[in-house]
Design a protein around this ligand. Sequence first.
Ligand code: SF4
Length: 885
Amino acid sequence: MLTETKTTCPYCGVGCGVIATVDVTGKVSVRGDPDHPANYGRLCSKGSALAETIGLDGRALYPEILGERASWDASLDMVARTFTQTIAAHGPDSVAFYVSGQLLTEDYYVANKLMKGFIGSANIDTNSRLCMASSVAGHRRAFGADTVPACYEDLELADLVVLVGSNMAWCHPVLYQRLSAAKALRPAMKVVVIDPRRTATCDIADLHLAVRADGDIALFSGLLAHLAQSGAIDENYVGRHTSGFAAALLAASHGRLAELSEATGVSGMLIRQFFRLFAETQKVVTCYSQGVNQSSVGTDKVNAILNCHLATGRIGRPGMGPLSLTGQPNAMGGREVGGLANMLAAHMAIENPVQRDRVQRFWKGPVMADKPGLKAVDMFKAVADGRIKAIWIASTNPVVSMPDADAVKAALAACPFVVVSDIQKDTDTARLAHVLLPATGWGEKSGTVTNSERRISRQRPFLSVPGEARADWWQFAEVAKRMGFRSPFDYSGPAAIYAEHAALSAFENDGERDFDIGAHAGIGDQVYDDLLPFQWPLSHTGASQARFFAEGGFFTADRKARLVPVATPVMQIPDPKFSFTLNTGRIRDHWHTMTRTGKSARLSAHIAEPFCEIHPSDADKAGIGDADLVRIDAENDRSIIVRALLTERQMRGALFVPMHWTGETAPSARVDTLVSSLADPLSGQPALKMARVGVSRYVPQMHGFLITVTRPLDLPFAYWAIARTEGGYRLEFAGSPPADGWEPWLQHSLQLGEDEQFSGYVDRKTGDYRLLAFDGDQLLAALFVSPQPVSVSRQWAADQLKQSHADRQARSRLFAGRPAAGASDKGAIVCSCFSIGINEISAAAHRGCRSIEAIGAALNAGTNCGSCRPEIRRILDANQALAAE
Ligand code: SF4
């Protein structure tokens, strides 16, 4: 018998519905939920591979105190006692919670209630601060509340979709699929991508504006001025529903086209085309994401975009409006419960005494935080300087993800009391915990999440809870009870928490607050279990509402929106030693610090190593060749080593390095160690896309590549990066050879016994060295070492771990690291769903497949999640260009 459970994907802010099926053997499979309005059955590569990421390896299964297994009672008592004593001795602001957009709304609600309403501090912040705090601040400045005015359907209804700082094809893939399907149906629809890189998203772009970092304020200010000059302002809307237009326009109306071109890095011709398109198109949606938010002027960028929509009245109607895309699955839920240090709960403001009093009366709390708490960057600075003496980190890995990550690591290492709740035991942050609390993971926990279009969906459990893991809400509630707050935290389960959250949203809400889900105030367990996805608001009187502000009704005192004058940032002349701008971000198949996606061999096959995108002419000047290693040095004296990837998709003077690699997977590639803690003064969001760095070739004594059935214990190399592969691991490394030689190192590092057979090979001319280890016919390891970057067919080599090697003669192929001439070699994986490599796609193109559809028909590639379709198109284009030469 099969059991099917409808739940929600735990990754990005698209919030796709997932149907998880468990068969009689306990095997889990997933597919997209055809009834979920976010995805209508689609899933991207990450969502499709969810079943591969739920294994128990590395899971935290029991509480630990100082690394020793402990009981829940002892652990919770210790947390409650230490927090209580710290507060008694040093005041409520001496403690903090750092939580996460991975938490469910119910978890978030309980943590926020405990900190703000019972401890009396607002020192609770979240990794969502790193993701969308500038959007929150921009919304609140313009609309008076953190309201997302548009919905996903608007992307399909628009005649012009502008994507700013958003690699939607990789970071919100299902929305990208919806957009590309809409464009395919209605080719007259235009798509403009504004991004320093020519990303996979540009595959469907009619225009790509490669704007320089932070040049988007000048661009959207210039656009506002152009809209005014070209008569595109909606005078009626502006007059009836907004204030501040004249001041915003005055601030925007500086400079001629040539100056705008200089400030943005975009040619005057492209700017003119974009402005004309925007001015002449009524149905415009502007989507923006981390490229806008993660900036020291992120809030101004958001308001520069909102100004253009408010000035044209293109908001809240089908196919029109600004739409911020959240990175995380429940960043929006966190905003709703007030999980940011500068918010209260249910979209109420901590600075507002009436709203503070209202929340306190509702919670019946003994105290109420009366000022904003410390935002993420300042929170960890306060840990470093001793103002915060006890911190509880839940469901996030700040030692990797925070800017100036080494300083965060040092701060936590010196902090008197660190509690970490996580599903994984060995994250870079969990290693610093005094108390480690095992949390339930996706498939085990129960609650709600809100996606980027304000749609609340259930995450439902379908797996039994392993070991002694417990829900995050339960952990916070148990500590609250032990701190003396028993009855306010005596919840029977997540339904009771959700019901209270819904009741608070409606409490004394006469329409002055946007967030109202009062219809669910008295919800019971069964209705909660059966809850269908819906968009808020859903007050006790009304129906759900897809859009806001078509007829004004903003949440300011006079119900008018504010157009905000924004200043164009002055371009700084960089120190010649740090002349590159470093951009950080995501790749297609991994999520955050890879604690889950890193478990999937399929997802790890697409990009198995950290890399740095650099323009070929910059690389040439620095003497860097493709596949060389590079060292990136930052102004803060930190450096990383990653693989060079030369590409014209990157603009000159800028680098891109992904954010996913950690101390567990590539310790020399923790890119956030390079990023300073500079943050937007209004939102507190760090400028994770604009570190100043220098780049140079890194020349090790040797380069190496290893495939192995077990993870090596000892990696004494300056650079290494490890990834899962079917049947084992693949390792890239470089540095100096081990002092005792390769065979002893391999034997010790892989714990190989005496009976294993080794065979080696040295090419005296090139200095290349190969070493194979077998147990009978089973390949245990194949090591490739070279003075140059190792040239072997990596995917073919990795696939050898799954093969039998009974044919002793054929084993010599392994020394070559590639198949015999004419034998198949799929090459680097492009389509993760069907494990189709670049060589297979190129061969099919050679045989006459000219379109993505033809490749799909021939190989299946691109026919499941569709995330690889932009890359398939690039391979086809490259093949056609070659054929034309
Ligand atoms: Fe999950 Fe992909 Fe959907 Fe995002 S787009 S919610 S990662 S399936």
